[in-house]
Design a protein around this ligand. Sequence first.
Ligand code: SF4
Ligand code: SF4
Length: 410
Amino acid sequence: MIGMEDVMEKLAVCMQCGACVGSCPVTGLNEFNVRRLARRAYLGWAGQEVLKEEVWLCLLCARCYENCPRGINLPEVMVRLRQQAVKQGLVPRTVSLTRSNLSKYGNPAGVEAKELMEWASDLNVPKSGDRLFYAGFYLLADHIESMVRSMLRVGIKADRVAAAAALLQRVGLGGLVKAAMKGVGLSYRQTLKRYLLTLPKLGLEVSYLYDEEPWVGTELHTYGFLEDFAEHAKRVYALLKERGIKEIVTPDPIAAVTFKKLYPEYVDGFSIEVKTVVEALAEKKPEFKAPVEAKVVFHDPCMLARYLRVVEEPRTLLTSIPGLDLNEPVRNKQFTVCCGAGGLEVVNPSLAREVAVKSVQNLLSTNASLVVSACPMCTMMLKLGVEKLGAKAEVVDLGDILWKALAQEA
Ligand code: SF4
Ligand code: SF4
């Protein structure tokens, strides 16, 4: 785990070139300027205004890190600054809610485990085994999308975090959440089920913990609750070891990054192998029988492309499907444009959607009519971006396309 001193040491080599600002998807949408913010932090000028406002606007997408000639990990700087904000009590209300939901419900969306698991009632996947299928954000995405749409409906503007918080105060966050949780669909959990059923069909046996799946805790790290995250990660790891888990396979790249990159920093002796389902499926070289006649563009999720360097595997899978025409946008692979999530969808959904619009514009410059992603949060944001633009394109998850191409039913 790196500390604030290490962050300062890294910032000391910044040469103020501005490559980070030029590549940041939030640049130009408001006053956020990552170079200026990093400079202020280095000089000790990141006062209350910065901690209350600007530090919460970063998506942790790491595009700046990818482009920085000095290799400065600005997302890590942001997390450390958020930790300072947490210590001073300068946390947006929706962020506080995700944290209290985790302690009350066991997940940041605040949904009862029983309600989340209805989709799995007819599953025949064993509960024990050393290779664990981990659902992660696919389990919560239907509820998160409903919540984000509700927040957009009440008109939170893409200007200031504080203004958004004040509006939430007025409309009543509790009531908003309750209303959003009514009549939530099963779209992402349907995709989840397809991923889960596809693996054994291709010879990869997995176990699944159903309502006992422990929440990975990503948002505790994202929002700077680092002591909480350390404790949480240790608890989850102990539980997984107790169950005899040796390998985690997950379709959720956010959970994959958290387990693979963050847990080893916070948990001594972390020794579980972590793989995304995309990697596992590409290794199996499935034979696709049913054609998918469509002009497709693949959106590289930041977590998959930049954090895990998984870029060829989804393309290998897609180009193996008969009839599918895969197109590449100008900004792709490790230079992908973030979808706008990364925690911003909760802090300021309207601003997050503006970022999504930029991402969709990059993707649709290919004239594709089908956008495919491999992350539930990306799919959610890209759908919002397409709707905002009024574009004629559909957004689907890779799991649904593969399911169709394997000629499966359900
Ligand atoms: S890209 Fe790197 S070196 Fe250039 S201003 Fe940003 S942080 Fe500094
Ligand atoms: S991580 Fe992404 S959103 Fe945050 S400063 Fe870097 S490029 Fe901008």
